[in-house]
Design a protein around this ligand. Structure first.
Ligand code: CP3
Length: 323
């Protein structure tokens, strides 16, 4: 097993900086688009052989140092019976408003809701020679989709609910935190080597961070590193590794002695090779020579990203950091 990624997550010395990219499986890859012509997104996430194949596609093509489970942050909600369409972003059929809605989240069991996803992990563990990253949506970011019903820039309905009825807001976040913990631990039990918690919208409300330290404690107790993605607010999540967005310097997390992942602007992959090379070197320089850096983007790969830029990135990170 190539353990560069896990070593970097623990802050141990490595022979070169490991690299993987958020949303490394997906529409920028011709082989993913070919599968998508025959199956819709939900089907790809629900059929273990197909989901495993999608996870493996970028590993074969680029030789990344970690693989990420192919699913969505809303996958456990779909499995629990919440109606969601992907167009391509999630659209919730009946947005949450009331205590009765929140009650629908009770009794979540990953074994019951997402057996296909856990089976995908077991298949991948037989196929992979790099670590497998499992993931969950953070409670607040999941609440954003459940309450606003779809992606918006600022999720006003969700924020309004948390201010209008703080008690209900807390119940919603707590129920989602229970779900996230159960789902994360089931992924580890099935074989996931690390868990990333995506709180993409967490900077929109001060309560978003509250459930995170407890969640990361449980992930750590299960014996794997926890990675936060909390744009704008990497501090105080309690994670082992802070995945830093492209607007935020590593220093914010380094001051807390956290290991870091990131943080090239995904749009830099649209630059000509010379400029892209310069930007990658700048990220490596900011990370410094010490241990505890996983090279990644500061957000997910854009669907129109040129494949050649990803090739350049993987090659350059290896060349520049090999020691
Ligand atoms: O990183 C990976 O390769 C693993 C798979 C993964 C997907 N979504 C697949 C996906 C992961 C880790 C996610 C996380 C996710 N999903 C987040 C957190 C990270 C972030 O981007 O901030 C969020 C907010 C979502 C919700 C979501 N799902 C959105 C906003 C979209 C639309 C994305 C887009 O680029 O248009 C989705 C759909 C989705 N999830 C796709 C993929 C590959 C596109 C589906 C398709 O093929 O049509």
């Amino acid at each position: 097993l190539n353990d560069l990624f896990l070593k970097a997550c623990r802050g141990e010395p490595v022979v070169r900086t490991p690299v993987w990219l958020m949303r490394q499986a997906g529409r920028y890859l011709p082989e993913y688009r070919a599968l998508r012509e025959r199956h819709d997104f939900l089907t790809l996430t629900r059929k273990p052989e197909l989901a495993a194949e999608v996870t493996l596609q970028p590993i074969r093509r680029f030789g990344f140092d970690a693989a990420i489970l192919f699913a969505d942050i809303l996958t456990p909600l779909v499995g629990h019976g919440i109606e969601v369409e992907f167009a391509p972003g999630p659209v919730v059929a009946k947005p949450f408003r009331t205590r009765e809605d929140v009650e629908r989240l009770r009794g979540f069991s990953a074994e019951k809701a997402v057996p296909e996803t856990l089976e995908t992990i077991r298949i991948l563990k037989r196929e992979l020679d790099v670590p497998l990253i499992g993931f969950v949506g953070a409670p607040f970011t999941l609440a954003c989709y459940l309450v606003d019903g779809k992606g918006t820039k600022t999720f006003p309905e969700t924020r309004a609910l948390l201010y209008r009825d703080p008690g209900l807001g807390r119940e919603l976040l707590d129920a989602l935190a229970d779900m996230a913990a159960d789902y994360a631990l089931a992924q580890v039990e099935a074989g996931a080597d690390a868990i990333q918690v995506f709180d993409s919208w967490g900077d929109l409300h001060p309560d978003s961070h509250r459930p995170l330290p407890g969640l990361f404690d449980r992930i750590r107790a299960a014996g794997v590193p926890g990675i936060s993605y909390a744009p704008g607010r990497p501090r105080e999540t309690g994670a082992d590794v802070a995945s830093i967005d492209w607007r935020t310097p590593f220093a914010a997390a380094r001051e807390l002695s956290m290991n870091v992942q990131g943080n090239l602007d995904p749009m830099a992959l649209f630059a000509p090779p010379e400029l892209l090379t310069e930007r990658i070197r700048a990220v490596l320089a900011e990370a410094g020579d010490g241990p505890g850096h996983v090279f990644n983007l500061g957000h997910g790969l854009h669907k129109d990203t040129p494949v050649e830029s990803v090739e350049l990135l993987v090659r350059l990170v290896a060349e520049e950091t090999g020691r």
